[in-house]
Design a protein around this ligand. Structure first.
Ligand SMILES: NC(=O)c1ccc[n+]([C@@H]2O[C@H](COP(=O)([O-])OP(=O)(O)OC[C@H]3O[C@@H](n4cnc5c(N)ncnc54)[C@H](O)[C@@H]3O)[C@@H](O)[C@H]2O)c1
Length: 342
């Protein structure tokens, strides 16, 4: 860190699109952060920066000496993450990067290796680790309060599909969307996935097919303790944005996301729950978590705390997503050992 007031941290946010705007707002609210916004679309960076009273600069400046940048937050399209992480490693700058680290395992491994060699701190944007519901589920599972876990059901459903250009570089629905559930599954249970069977369909915009992607998918996973897991995802969930995790044990169960804004409609006579306007998207549902993970990252940069989600955590979640993608394309059960060994 350069010689400024010890509590000031210069952060460059790369990418001010859908998630980047929210990250810019969250970072500008963290005490002691001097924010610089960068985007290949310079006008967009300028607009976001001026709204927040932040600086904006060209990407090249971020990695130059004397720019006052102590750490980088990467919120650019997935296809650009590897190059930017390698630049952070070269410059010895700690970084936060949105998920997934890279669309493929090779790129992810190259990043992990570069980060290890550079000895820099890293944090990946699995924001559910900062959600009070997921955290409480983890506590109950780890404390044995549910008994032995036998079944888990998870889902992440968007109300509306993303734009075509996002789908083109997203890596597909398992790497882009269900990867959050795969990370949460490992984080909550402390167990690893052994095998996956996945299937999918295109029921909405035909452009998903152009990129070998689907807009509806289901995965059935077997964990290393034989827990059976179903995970569903959709890009067209008309009622609203739906994220849930239902964990069933021999003693009790625990459900994440079962609160008044869950986009469910009960047709039981007299049932009044849920009764609030449903979540519309991930920005609304996870706003507080994005803020918490970025505040935690600033503490990581200040050396106050170890990273809550270092880059190696991204490899296992991506491996499950790669296995699910392969299963969906080839119509067979894929064992994780097949993915990890390649
Ligand atoms: N954690 C979450 O819940 C979550 C949610 C949405 C998106 N994401 C991830 O965030 C990333 C961005 O997604 P998005 O939906 O915001 O995309 P987006 O397309 O809306 O925004 C990307 C922005 O990055 C800019 N950009 C492109 N290349 C750049 C470069 N090399 N340097 C600087 N800026 C560049 C673009 O001009 C654009 O403004 C993706 O990796 C995605 O998977 C995470």
């Amino acid at each position: 860190m350069e010689n400024r007031a010890a509590d000031r941290v210069g952060i460059a946010l790369l990418g001010s699109g859908r998630i980047g705007v929210g990250h810019a707002r969250a970072l500008s609210g963290v005490p002691g952060v001097d924010l610089t916004v960068c985007d290949v679309d310079v006008g967009r960076a300028e607009r976001v920066a001026s709204e927040l009273g932040a600086r904006h600069c060209a990407i090249e400046e971020v990695f130059s000496r004397g720019a006052g940048i102590d750490a980088v937050v990467i919120a650019t399209p997935t296809s650009t993450h590897e190059e930017l992480i390698l630049r952070c490693a070269d410059a010895g700058v700690p970084f936060f990067c949105e998920k997934p680290v890279a669309p493929d395992l090779e790129g992810t491994r190259r990043c992990i290796e570069a980060v290890r060699a550079a000895g820099i701190a890293s944090q990946i944007g699995f924001q559910r680790r900062f959600d009070p519901g997921y955290a409480e589920a983890r506590r109950r599972v780890r404390a044995g309060e549910l008994g032995e876990i036998h079944r888990i059901h998870m889902l992440t459903c968007d109300q509306h599909p993303p734009q075509e250009q996002f789908v083109a570089t997203s890596g597909g629905i398992f790497r882009d969307c269900l990867i959050h559930d795969f990370d949460a599954l490992r984080w909550v249970t402390g167990h690893e996935v052994e095998s996956v069977f996945a299937t999918g369909a295109v029921r909405g915009d035909p452009f998903f097919e152009t990129y070998g992607d689907v807009d509806e998918a289901v995965a059935v996973l077997r964990m290393d303790d034989q827990t059976l897991v179903t995970a569903q995802t959709s890009r067209n969930n008309g009622q609203g944005y739906d994220v849930r995790m239902e964990i069933s044990g021999t003693r009790a169960n625990a459900t994440v996301g079962l609160e008044p804004k869950v986009p469910l409609v009960s047709v039981e006579p007299g049932a009044a729950f849920p009764d609030a306007d449903p979540w519309v998207d991930f920005i609304a549902r996870f706003e507080a978590c994005y803020g918490a993970e970025l505040a935690a990252f600033v503490d990581v940069v200040r050396g106050k705390t170890p990273s809550p989600c270092p880059i190696d955590q991204a490899l296992e979640a991506l491996s499950i997503a790669v296995a699910a993608t392969r299963s969906c394309r080839e119509g067979r059960v894929v064992r994780l050992s097949e993915i990890r060994e390649n």
